[in-house]
Design a protein around this ligand. Structure first.
Ligand SMILES: C[S@@+](CC[C@H](N)C(=O)[O-])C[C@H]1O[C@@H](n2cnc3c(N)ncnc32)[C@H](O)[C@@H]1O
Length: 259
């Protein structure tokens, strides 16, 4: 089975952000033609509110997640307010580029960058082999905090990270290179292109979206006796063998499966 075969079905469907955008366009077209047909004259802000209301209603009908509704409602009004200010256009381009470099394909993967807490790092420590060498991978390694922390507490391990977002990848690469972490490596690569067979421990902190496909990948590729640990996100119908609770801000739980 190729890596693309194990990618989640839902990721091959239209991403929610594209659907939201299409619904905004539909609302815009309908409000434009509707006001002309009915010979209504709306103020620019009234027009924006009408677009927002219609887009939010469409998102509701399309069964988008609830948190899309306020975004859809406020998107065009916020656009109208912003266009009324004197902010130079370059500021928007720069903000867009920074977001792009940080979040990259989040609109498709639905896995944004957020970081595991120190308490999670400490809980992870307790699951790693103590006296023997091992290989660990962080699937979506962000800015490399998990790797650099564990490489200090477990110098006999080799720590790998794969990350697709350019800025977090570059950050972790520099951190590892100039921090002298000789047993750490990061690769600008998708986790779906990473063969898990050589790792004794695979760690992931992603989102609910890819978990079913990641579970299949773990089952297909990881060796008997290896560990799969997920921060916060469980796998439907596959209860973990162990749950580690932490008392960090989100009361994060680590789900642990031994193959
Ligand atoms: C929630 S963050 C976790 C960061 C880090 N592992 C931690 O625990 O602090 C998830 C990371 O996975 C990355 N990511 C999402 N999809 C990915 C993919 N297909 N391949 C590699 N990295 C991915 C995101 O860019 C993001 O940096």
């Amino acid at each position: 089975m190729s890596d693309s075969d194990v990618q989640p079905q839902r990721m091959r469907k239209i991403p929610p952000v594209m659907l939201a955008l299409l619904l905004q366009l539909l609302a815009f077209v309908l409000v434009t033609f509707g006001t002309r047909l009915l010979a209504l004259s709306l103020s620019p802000f009234g027009f924006a509110i009408a677009c927002g209301l219609l887009a939010a209603a469409f998102s509701h009908l399309a069964r988008q997640a609830r948190w899309w509704l306020p975004i859809q409602l406020l998107f065009v009004p916020a656009l109208a307010i912003t266009l009324d200010t004197d902010i130079p256009p370059i500021a928007f381009l720069l903000a867009f580029l920074v977001m792009l470099l940080f979040y990259w394909s989040t609109f498709r993967t639905q896995v944004p960058l957020y970081l595991s807490s120190n308490k999670v790092w400490q809980a992870l420590e307790t699951q790693l082999p103590v006296d023997q060498p091992f290989e660990f991978v962080d699937l979506g390694s962000g800015i490399g905090g998990v790797l650099t922390h564990l490489s200090r507490t477990h110098p006999q391990g080799i720590f790998h990270g794969v990350e697709t977002a350019p800025l977090p990848f570059a950050w972790s690469w520099l951190r590892i290179k100039f921090g002298g972490y000789r047993n750490c490596h990061v690769y600008w690569r998708s986790l779906w292109d990473c063969d898990l067979a050589k790792f004794d421990v695979a760690f992931a902190y992603l989102s609910p979206v890819p978990m079913a496909a990641l579970w299949r990948k773990v089952q297909n590729e990881m060796q008997p006796g290896s560990l799969f640990i997920s921060n916060t996100f469980a796998v439907d119908d596959h209860p973990p063998q162990k749950i580690l609770e932490t008392d960090d801000l989100h009361h994060s739980e680590l789900y642990v499966w031994r193959k």
